[in-house]
Unconditional design. Structure first.
Length: 180
């Protein structure tokens, strides 16, 4: 074979280097696809979680629109509300809101909050005054936020966590007169 004629093609070393680079690119692309699918699954699951600030705002609005409150065994009744008597009650793992008119007819019932573990309320008296505040305690389950960092499976947080919200509210007509 003369030195002037060279065979066309790749050497074995060149093929091994190109295959190693190709495997590296495929591994990076697979990791990126797995992370993207996990982020998509997490964002879809977050859509199922309750929008807690909006729910608390709704409960706060109902209490502030009422003139007094009462009830028993986990059922909260808000009297003097413009819609009628508003009732909050935990049924299973849901917090439900119902409106009863002046003739004790159910106007409507909606599920306000899902994944509620515990719900309770109590009246809290103000020292030296005839006012009574409403104390609400809600314990609910929500998804935990994933870390963007790679974590060993044994060090990962559980997928859900319990949170407790406590509200102190004063109905508008609770001893403050008609100007409140």
């Amino acid at each position: 074979m003369s030195s002037g004629r060279r065979q066309a093609g790749f050497t074995l070393v060149e093929m091994l280097i190109s295959l190693a680079l190709l495997m590296l690119v495929i591994a990076l692309a697979a990791e990126l696809m797995m992370e993207s699918s996990q982020l998509l699954a997490d964002s879809a699951a977050e859509q199922r979680d309750a929008p807690v600030p909006l729910i608390i705002s709704r409960i706060r609005g109902d209490v502030l629109a009422a003139s007094s409150f009462g009830g028993a065994q986990g059922r909260l009744l808000l009297f003097g509300h413009p819609q009628g008597t508003v009732q909050y009650e935990k049924v299973g793992d849901e917090l439900r809101r119902a409106v009863v008119d002046d003739h004790d007819r159910l106007e409507g019932e909606t599920i306000v909050w899902r994944q509620v573990e515990a719900w309770g309320w109590s009246g809290v008296g103000m020292p030296g005054a005839s006012l009574e505040m409403l104390k609400l305690d809600v314990t609910y389950r929500r998804r935990t936020a994933r870390s963007g960092l790679a974590v060993l499976p044994g060090n990962r947080r559980p997928p859900t966590e319990l949170r407790t919200e406590t509200l102190f509210l004063l109905p508008r007509g609770n001893g403050l007169g008609s100007r409140w």
